[in-house]
Design a protein around this ligand. Structure first.
Ligand code: RB5
Length: 145
């Protein structure tokens, strides 16, 4: 699976660590920035990732900012995007099992590197359970953006 990843300056260091681990595990990662700690506006990056997951170009994406809140607000405006802000392991696993989340969001100023890596691992490997959860996701279709 190919992943698209992005962050703002507040999560640059965490994004680099996650990218390195995913690549070492054989996951292809396309990085849309930020590429250093100079201040950038999170919507610019969030839009790049969310639009390309929304269009189906990428199955999954990962976004990070300081809290994860701004990126969540941006990403969930896109059709077919189910972005989940997960700063704990339980939420990460449940966002896959019950919500089929296709974008993982974390707050680089909220969690540490070790927890973030565990969250990414859980999120990447936990399957969607389908069934009644698919029925619930189907009910998103008539919600305007
Ligand atoms: C940047 O200072 C900060 O506002 C941003 O990273 C994010 O937390 C927004 O939700």
């Amino acid at each position: 699976m190919k992943i698209i990843i992005g962050c703002d300056h507040a999560a640059f260091a965490l994004k680099e660590i996650i990218k390195r681990h995913l690549s070492a595990d054989g996951v292809a990662v396309d990085d849309v920035g930020a590429f250093n700690e100079a201040s950038v506006d999170y919507p610019d990056i969030g839009k790049q990732v969310a639009s390309r997951v929304s269009s189906g170009e990428y199955q999954r994406g990962i976004l990070m900012c300081g809290t994860g809140i701004g990126m969540s607000m941006v990403a969930n405006r896109y059709p077919h995007v189910r972005a989940a802000l997960c700063n704990d392991l339980f939420s990460a696993a449940m966002s896959r099992r019950h919500n089929d989340a296709n974008i993982l969001i974390m707050g680089g100023r909220v969690i540490g590197d070790v927890l973030a890596l565990e969250i990414v691992k859980a999120w990447m490997t936990t399957p969607f359970e389908g069934d009644r959860h698919q029925r619930r996701l189907d009910q998103f279709d008539d919600i305007g953006r």
